[in-house]
Design a protein around this ligand. Structure first.
Ligand code: AMP
Ligand code: MG
Length: 281
């Protein structure tokens, strides 16, 4: 770890006991450098991440069924898409299973809320990336009363059981909740409306959602309080500075990969004998 981190990202960003109302969205917990340092470090650490991911992929090819799953949550403009682009951009795309979750389709609505999530889980050897997730079913579903309270209340336990099952089956979960301030969100939405190349990111509903921010804060608070577990803790990411978000998620992923303690898979052939054969081939 670089000396620019006073505290490892996994410790500095742990959600334990954190009040959402107290988040300083412009803070860089654990990091002592500025933007220039952060960007230089990101280039370096992106390579470390790519090396680890290649090792996981190689093991997956040899039958290892372990995986890493990055779960990204956050309000519109929090920067989830930027993280996806950055993470996938810094590693070998064939080792990434990406899924984005929007409003459920008619078919998805007929199933249990975890049905579409299970279908999108990373295969062995893959780095899964979820842009939104099963947590929408206790966030937007709760805030907009899409289901009765008795239904969403029960989902926290269902989520914890599901994630325990996942981790026991060999998936290292990295759950990141990204927060920008309401002012920063306004600035980013304005940018989406002023630049034609950003129109595609805008939905008129994003503006309406701003009025629900207190309800979302409460819903996010309950997510952190009720679903941050030892096996799948939440990390809270102040996301006003994009370079910091990317650096922090890269570090969290590196730490997750390191927990897998990967080595290169052994050859299932005799390399010396194959070299001899190659010489005369
Ligand atoms: P975006 O991530 O900008 O493409 O937007 C996806 C939209 O889908 C957001 O408004 C989410 O709130 C919504 N969404 C995602 N999952 C669900 C869900 N389970 N139920 C209802 N809406 C959802
Ligand atoms: Mg959106």
């Amino acid at each position: 770890m670089s000396e620019l981190w006073k505290t490892p990202a996994s410790r500095a960003l742990r959600a334990d006991g954190l009040r959402i109302a107290d988040i300083d969205t412009s803070a860089r917990p654990g990091f002592r450098g500025g933007k220039k340092d952060g960007e230089a470090l990101l280039t370096e650490r992106g390579k470390v991440l790519a090396g680890l991911q290649e090792k996981l992929y190689a093991n997956g090819r040899s039958g290892d069924n372990r995986s890493v799953l990055l779960v990204l949550q956050g309000m519109d403009t929090a920067g989830k898409g930027g993280i996806v682009r950055h993470v996938i951009g810094s590693v070998d795309p064939q080792g990434v299973d990406h899924a984005a979750f929007g409003v459920p389709t008619e078919e998805e609505k007929r199933h249990h809320f975890l049905w579409r999530i299970r279908k999108a889980l990373p295969r062995g050897g893959q780095l899964g990336v979820f842009d939104r997730s099963h947590y929408e079913d206790v966030l937007v579903a709760r805030v907009h009363e899409l289901v009765p309270e008795a239904v969403w209340q029960q989902r926290y336990t269902e989520i914890n059981d599901f994630e325990q099952e996942l981790t026991e089956a060999g998936t290292e979960l990295v759950k990141v909740a990204m927060f920008v301030s309401l002012d920063e969100q306004k600035r980013r939405l304005r940018e989406r409306l002023e630049r034609p190349e950003k129109y595609w990111k805008f939905s008129p509903g994003d503006i309406d959602e701003r009025a629900y921010w207190p309800a979302y804060q409460q819903a996010y608070q309950d997510v952190l309080d009720r679903t941050s577990t030892d096996y799948a803790p939440w990390y809270v990411l102040p996301a006003d500075a994009k370079w910091f978000s990317r650096l922090a998620v890269t570090e969290l992923l590196i730490e997750a990969f390191q927990k897998l303690d990967l080595s290169w898979p052994p050859a299932n052939f005799d390399p010396a004998a194959e070299l001899r054969r190659l010489d005369t081939a």
